[in-house]
Design a protein around this ligand. Structure first.
Ligand code: ADP
Ligand code: MG
Length: 567
């Protein structure tokens, strides 16, 4: 076996380390949250594996994290007795970044430290954040169920490389020893550490222990002797799973911190919803709407879904069965009392319990969003600009909630002449003119093209509002959204639009049409097979001619999309 070897970090790790050290200077203490969070994950993973192999506990089922300091050595140690890692896992987990979206992340960096520190936050800093405060990190770990001789020691200064060595490690789990930088010695202060841990890790479901020094024998107020208290490890966090607590006992800060733990996000969420459901199906859900879209939201390999627990035991990450794809940005967890502990992804696939929870969670999220839209339009606008295009997949995917999704849609419109998508269908309907019974829209490649579409002329003239759609997804959305609150949608580039004509208009139209009969004939001859028909129109006020799609045919925009897709 290899005793010691040196490995280079993956290039992205080197970049991330550089960035982190330089960008996160104003929020250094979060390294402790990240390391404690990893320890809690490691405990969850061990509990899960032990469900089918009790021996993994090695007679030590009391899972916890110990945080300790050595002032003389200048080190801070975070030790857990969770799942641990074998040599390959160490190389994989602490030498590379396996996350999807890594490429997008690095291509988004600007070199501007303030901006980039925001981005790193979205990306998640994780284990490597140890190097914000440490100039050397030692990880000693041994996987649950492995021999004591199969321990691994990983050491790095956080520059280009790390070394690996085989060690004896009697206790299962992972020990992370931070050799603090000279200027970061505040993290050797017992009180400071306690306050950081309560701030960030109160909600973690395993206890975080710190050593309470022995108190020597001393005199009481009446001269009696108070006996010495021996030093002991004591838990300094609440250590109850946050979602099992009563809503009224949990503060917004705690909900927000918990979000960061389960989502690996860095910023506060936009909204959350905590529900305990009793009755036919019993479960607790805790759902969050993030503030920022992850880099890989449109990536096929994007992992999404909820963290699944069964009777408080962690079962899996990214259970995608409880959220439709158009809500894939939702983060959170479900703790079911009805599913079996040995539940697998296959079982979840077509299971009554999971379907019921999916429906209920979908409703909850739509409700959360509609509440946000009503109560805090600005916040909702923020949500819309991050996730609106994902939500637009909704009507095609989720027929039963079409109307509710419809309420949440926002568009640019001729009403406000701005490319900001902030007009709801309800507002549009409120502004509809007397006798108008359709919702008019136009789709184009860009806002500019939509706004200057010649099809709009007649609508501008008559003061009828038109929704301006220019996102790729809009055409797809509109092909699945034929009506909203009994009003049908009408593309202004399609069909006859005869309904816009008043009686006078019709008369004038007939006269005008007669006058250009000859012209129409000549144009038809000239264009030949290229068009189905050449018609006189009343809808243009400035442009001489425009192309109109057949009522039942594809819109020109859809034709372009199909061509772009190679069809
Ligand atoms: P994340 O927690 O988002 O997966 P991190 O950078 O925090 O990313 O950690 C990377 C990986 O290293 C984890 O996914 C886990 O596999 C492993 N790891 C980190 N800390 C521990 C630990 N204390 N025990 C076991 N595995 C760990
Ligand atoms: Mg982590």
């Amino acid at each position: 076996t290899v005793q010691q070897e040196t490995h280079g970090f993956q290039t992205e790790v080197k970049q991330l380390l550089q960035l982190m050290i330089h960008s996160l200077y104003s929020n250094k203490e979060i390294f402790l949250r990240e390391l404690v969070s990893n320890a809690a994950d490691a405990a969850d993973k061990l509990r899960f594996k032990a469900l089918s192999n009790d021996a993994l506990y090695e007679n030590d089922g009391d899972l916890h994290v110990k945080v300790s300091i050595d002032k003389d050595a200048g080190t801070l140690t975070i030790a857990d007795n969770g799942i641990g890692m074998n040599r390959d896992e160490v190389i994989q987990n602490l030498g590379t970044i396996a996350k999807s979206g890594t490429k997008e992340f690095f291509s988004n960096l600007s070199g501007d430290q303030a901006k980039d520190s925001q981005l790193i936050g979205q990306f998640g800093v994780g284990f490597y954040s140890a190097f914000i405060v440490a100039d050397e990190v030692t990880v000693r770990t041994r996987a649950a169920g492995a021999e004591a001789s199969e321990g691994v020691e990983w050491i790095s200064q956080g520059e280009g490389e790390f070394t690996l060595a085989n060690i004896e490690k009697a206790n299962r789990g992972t020990e992370i020893i931070l050799h603090l930088r000279e200027e970061e010695k505040e993290y050797l202060d017992d009180w400071r550490l306690r306050s950081i841990i309560t701030k960030y890790s109160d909600h973690i479901s395993i206890p975080v222990h710190m050593f309470k020094e022995e108190v020597p024998e001393r005199d009481g107020p009446d001269g009696e002797k108070i006996p010495a208290e021996p030093g002991k490890w004591e838990a300094i966090n609440k250590a109850t799973a946050l979602w099992t607590r009563d809503k009224s006992d949990v503060s917004e800060e705690e909900y927000n911190e918990f979000y960061k733990h389960i989502s690996h996000d860095f910023a506060d969420p936009l909204a959350y919803s905590h529900n305990k459901v009793e009755g036919k199906t019993e479960y607790t859900s805790l759902l969050y709407i993030p503030a920022k879209a992850p880099f890989d939201l449109y990536n096929r390999e994007h992992k999404h879904g909820l963290k699944l627990y069964v009777q408080r035991v962690f079962i899996m990450d990214d259970a995608e069965h409880f959220m439709p794809t158009y809500l894939r940005f939702v983060k959170g967890l479900l703790d079911s009392n009805d599913l079996p502990l040995n539940v697998s992804r296959e079982i979840l696939q077509d299971n009554k319990v999971s379907q019921a929870m999916r429906q209920a969670c979908t409703k909850k999220v739509l409700q959360m969003l509609s509440r946000m839209a009503k109560n805090d339009a600005e916040k909702y606008q923020g949500f819309w600009s991050e996730f609106g295009n994902v939500l637009k997949e909704g009507p095609a995917e989720d027929f039963s909630n079409k109307e509710k999704i419809g309420e949440l849609l926002r568009f640019a419109s001729t009403n406000n002449d701005s490319d900001v998508q902030n007009v709801s269908l309800d507002e549009y309907i409120e502004r509809m003119q007397e006798g108008q019974d359709k919702i008019y829209y136009v789709t184009a490649d860009s806002y500019q093209a939509a706004k200057t579409s010649p099809h709009l002329e007649i609508f501008r003239k008559k003061g009828i509002e038109v929704l301006l759609m220019s996102e790729r997804i809009d055409e797809w959305l509109m092909s699945h959204l034929s009506e909203y609150k009994e009003k049908s949608f009408q593309s202004i580039a399609q069909g006859s639009l005869d309904e816009l004509d008043s009686a006078e208009d019709k008369e004038a139209k007939q006269e005008a049409e007669k006058a250009v009969e000859g012209v129409l004939e000549r144009v038809k001859e000239a264009l030949g097979d290229k068009v189905k028909e050449v018609k006189f129109t009343h809808r243009l006020t400035e442009s001489p001619a425009c192309i109109v799609a057949d009522e039942n045919g594809m819109t020109t925009q859809m034709v372009k999309l199909m061509q772009a897709a190679g069809q």
